[in-house]
Design a binder for this molecule. Structure first.
Ligand code: FAD
Length: 361
């Protein structure tokens, strides 16, 4: 039997473990606290188009392919637990001033060049779609193919999938990869991956995020993802069964995951600017997590040496790109070279020293 160690039991590690076990590997996941990292706090937007920006063509290509893979991947997750992981099926990005409205048109024109036709809405068009939004909203960009997931349902389904496929879970931190006796190793330790492979260009990017619960008598929450920039800060609302997820701040703050008063204040104030009724919700949870960021906002998927394959660096898009990572990494373990994996190959960073096997060190 071929043995595989997966280091890290976040959404990425669990998805790879599940798919590799189904492909015939004997898999052990090492994680002292599986599902407790960024995957637990995430918003769950699958928004490669709305988050796109001219120049980030490769990020768009990878993200759009991941979005296209989600319906089938979501169906496989639903088959495991019986519950759908999807919570919305489109995104509306709104503009509060003329400069933001011009940006929406810039993004729409750029996306059209890649065959993604998104509609720019005027004030009346936005109000017709989402009457609860503030009257100050003057334009919107509607991405009617962008889904959103409940990240915690995704984690539940991945855990169930792993259990059904016979994956062994070990509640143990790995101190050094060369202590593991397995035939192959997948490094999926999220923002902490560089601790196990020094020089890997993955760094923590802190994000604070809130969960708001709907209360009886309060106007219903929007049924689609709403995104905006307020005072230059991004803010988004992602539907949940019982309310909304409101995210997210973004700082370079090392591995700090405290929730600050300033972060919560800004999130609520910015959200209230686009959805005035939000003060009526119950503030159910405040969390912070570390996004595993890379310099070019693409993940790192591919061999680091003869034994170790990276599945990390998913940054602010790990829930989105999960659907692709779950198929690309098992293929890489079979020494195949799927075309899309090229975009995420670790070797794209020339500063990394190549090992004798063509991996990076
Ligand atoms: C506030 C916030 C909002 C986000 N919103 C979105 C969103 O809307 N859409 C989207 O697509 N993405 C979003 N993301 C990004 C997404 O959450 C991440 O990209 C994704 O969860 C990364 O998954 P992961 O499994 O690589 O990392 P993690 O979920 O962080 O898991 C890593 C795991 O590795 C384990 N580990 C670490 N070191 C070791 C070790 N030495 N030995 C064993 N195990 C170890 C940890 O315990 C942890 O469980 C958001 C992130 C944050 C923080």
């Amino acid at each position: 039997m071929r043995t595989l160690a997966v280091v890290g039991g976040g959404a990425v590690g669990l998805a790879v473990a599940w798919q590799a076990a189904e492909a015939g590997w004997t898999v052990t996941v090492f994680d002292p606290a599986p599902g407790s990292g960024a995957s637990h706090v995430a918003g769950g937007m699958l928004a490669p188009l709305s988050e796109g920006w001219p120049g980030e063509d490769r990020v768009l290509e990878f993200g759009a392919a991941a979005l296209a893979a989600w319906p089938a991947f979501g169906e496989r997750l639903r088959a495991v637990t019986g519950e759908s992981v999807f919570v919305a099926d489109e995104t509306l990005t709104v503009a509060l001033d003329g400069a933001d409205a011009a940006d929406l048109r810039t993004v729409a024109d750029w996306l059209a060049g890649f065959g993604h036709d998104l509609r720019v809405l005027d004030r009346a068009g936005v109000r017709a779609l989402e009457p609860a939004l503030a009257r100050t909203v003057r334009a919107g960009l509607r991405a009617d193919t962008e889904l959103a997931v409940d990240n915690r349902r995704v984690l539940r389904a991945l855990r169930a999938g792993c259990a059904a496929a016979g994956v062994e879970m070990r509640a143990q931190a790995v101190a050094a990869l060369d202590e593991l006796p397995h035939d192959r190793i997948v490094l999926a330790a999220g923002a902490r991956s560089a601790e196990l492979w020094p020089g890997l260009p993955v760094r923590p990017v802190k994000g604070e995020i809130l969960r708001l619960r709907h209360r009886p008598g309060v106007r219903p929450a929007p049924s689609r993802v709403i995104r905006a920039r307020v005072h230059g800060r991004p803010v988004y609302l992602v539907p949940r069964e019982d309310g909304l997820v409101l995210g997210a701040t973004q700082y370079e703050a090392g591995f700090d995951t405290t929730v600050t008063v300033g972060g919560v204040r800004d999130l609520i104030a910015d959200a209230e600017t686009i959805l005035p009724g939000i003060g009526e919700y119950e503030l159910a949870e405040a969390n912070a997590g570390s996004r595993p960021g890379t310099p070019d906002n693409l993940p790192l998927l591919g061999p680091l040496d003869e034994r170790v394959v990276a599945a990390t660096g998913h940054g602010r898009n790990g829930m989105l790109t999960l659907a692709l990572t779950a198929t690309l990494v098992p293929a890489l373990l079979e020494d195949e070279s799927p075309a899309l994996a090229e975009l995420a190959a670790p070797q794209r960073f020339p500063a990394l020293r190549l090992s004798s096997s063509g991996g990076v060190r």
